[in-house]
Design a protein around this ligand. Sequence first.
Ligand SMILES: *Cc1c(COP(=O)(O)O)cnc(C)c1O
Length: 361
Amino acid sequence: MPPIYTSTTYRQAAFGESGDYVYSRSANPTRSALERCVADLESGVRGLAFSSGMAATATVLELLDTGAHVIAPADIYGGTLRLFKQVRTRTSALEFSFVNFCDIAEVEKAIQPSTRLLWIETPTNPLLRIMDLEATVALARQHDLLVCVDNTFATPCLQRPLEFGCDIVMHSTTKFIGGHSDVLGGLLIVADDELGKQILSMRSVAGGVAGPFDAYLTLRGIKTLALRMERQESNTMAIARWLEEHDKVERVYYPGLPSHPQHDLASRQMDGFGAVVSFVLRGNLAAVGAFMNALEVFTLAESLGGVESLAGHPATMSHSNLPPAERVALNIPDNLIRLSAGIEDADDLLTDLDCALSAVG
Ligand SMILES: *Cc1c(COP(=O)(O)O)cnc(C)c1O
């Protein structure tokens, strides 16, 4: 096991002879161990660990000059959307266009002379939409754009965007990679060493690095990532199929179901479908409340990806910052529920859902 190096500074062998480690904001041996591991997992040359997923995302934007234009889908993670729209438009004069990446012609139409970055997330939260990595990279190559993929929902077990030619992979390790809901963190992984050095230099100056304890816990989580993903995915598949048959459920969103509009694309570019499933309950907000309060194995909470199953309500939790009209436009109604399946016994989870659905009037 790598030791947890709490050192902030490192003795220099002689005057003018500093080693690999000088000061822990730039590099720390425990953090380096995590970074080497994730670079390998994502088929990259360099990994960079951050204090949170949002710190990682913010550092990607530091690569862009004032006035640069970014294209992203409208239904990305709520925090990312807030950083783009409410902060960086104001502080860095960045410009953003939000388009439907499921239609690559629409993305191409949005490209301007100042466009530098295509930011995508696949599968998305909470509707599990899939974006075509190959088509996105082909377009980016023609126009000399960077592609950054938020790979949080897939993890490197199920999807490795750098192998498709994407430039940067971003993760919130708070979710599946850490896997135990006990450590916040973020990652960037790149395939190009020069780009890696640029990000390292931005991170060193902005300072949102992963601390040594956090890096240790995240590495420890990774040891069981493949096992957890296997179990969590098989639980999710069972839940998705079961929900699809239930008469109190209007619609189920899970890329592993043949009914998902992009099931074929997901099958092509992923090695599995992940462990998040969303569904529309027949009923109003009161019905959602009755369902949530009746759950006993699932915990009502924000976040996802841990070994314990969680139930979330996008309209009042992850997407509560959006005005109601915008939520409707994004297809996030009040009766949409998001489940993150843990590693519990599948029958216990189904029984819990069955009882909770019975509690809905
Ligand atoms: C949670 C999450 C983030 C933000 O990560 P934090 O670790 O909470 O800062 C970004 N993208 C996705 C898809 C997420 O689920």
